[in-house]
Design a protein around this ligand. Structure first.
Ligand code: FES
Length: 125
């Protein structure tokens, strides 16, 4: 069999939701916080600089429903939700998790906010 186009080893879903000024609900991209606006670009650039952009796919996504902990990013496979992101944290996640294979547990969302998933089979009508 011919080798196909390889799958990405990881997808990194960075929440890019922003809220207009004055909105009571927090959002991951904040109008008054330039670093929060630069995180996706920083993620993509760092993946490029490290030569791994072909095997790690950064994705801009809408709200992931953990807005209070933003900026957030979900890494798949593994269902790992990183919270309170900064540029430095993203670099460490790439080095230690994506390249090194170890989840950076100090940046992972608290278990109380990220309980075990409910099986769709258990609730489907
Ligand atoms: S705005 Fe990012 S999780 Fe909701």
């Amino acid at each position: 069999m011919m080798p196909g186009i390889p799958q990405p080893a990881f997808y990194m879903f960075k929440c890019q939701q922003s809220a207009p000024p004055g909105m009571p609900k927090p959002s991951c991209v904040k109008q008054n916080d330039p670093e929060s606006q630069q995180l996706f670009q920083h993620l993509a650039q760092t993946l490029m600089q490290k030569g791994i952009i072909a095997t790690v796919q950064p994705i801009q996504t809408g709200c992931l429903n953990r807005c209070q902990q933003g900026p957030v990013m979900l890494v798949e496979p593994g269902h790992t939700m990183y919270v309170g992101l900064t540029k430095e944290k993203i670099e460490r996640i790439i080095d230690e998790h994506i390249i090194g294979g170890n989840v950076v547990s100090e940046y992972v969302i608290d278990e109380a906010m990220w309980g075990e998933p409910i099986s769709p089979a258990a609730v489907a009508r």
